[in-house]
Unconditional design. Sequence first.
Length: 163
Amino acid sequence: MSIFKLTKITTLLFILFVVMSCASKQQVSSEDLKVISKPQLLFLNYSISKNASDEKTIVLMNQIITDGKLKNKSKTEEKTSIEDLECLILDKDFNELEKISIQNPLLKIVEFVNDLGNFEKRILDLDSAQFSIRLQLKPKAKHIVINELTPLGVKRHITTKIN
């Protein structure tokens, strides 16, 4: 073999050695892969009802996770009042990632035309209703908590584990 070919082979081996030694040896966890994967949407459907003494019960009807991305919506300050709900998105250690306000689903505003032909609004106080929450699923999100804002403070109703 000529020295030229030997030098070429040695150079190639050296480059190969350098490239291989620079390769990452870190393990990739499933949580890291979730960050890399496609964005996902979470749909949660709940039922809310109240009894004669105005105690509310919230039940999860179903949850759906699908690929997709929410359209950008402008963040406006929502006014919350007593009996409204708040949805907390929490990580595995129950640290808050995001908070969403939900107007009381048992109070429905209905518009109609009265006998004089004028528009009127009425607020209906329902005993039961269904409501849905649609949100961009954050990779670290593991739990959803629904709280009610009461005159005495915040009352926790239901904690949902994200499947």
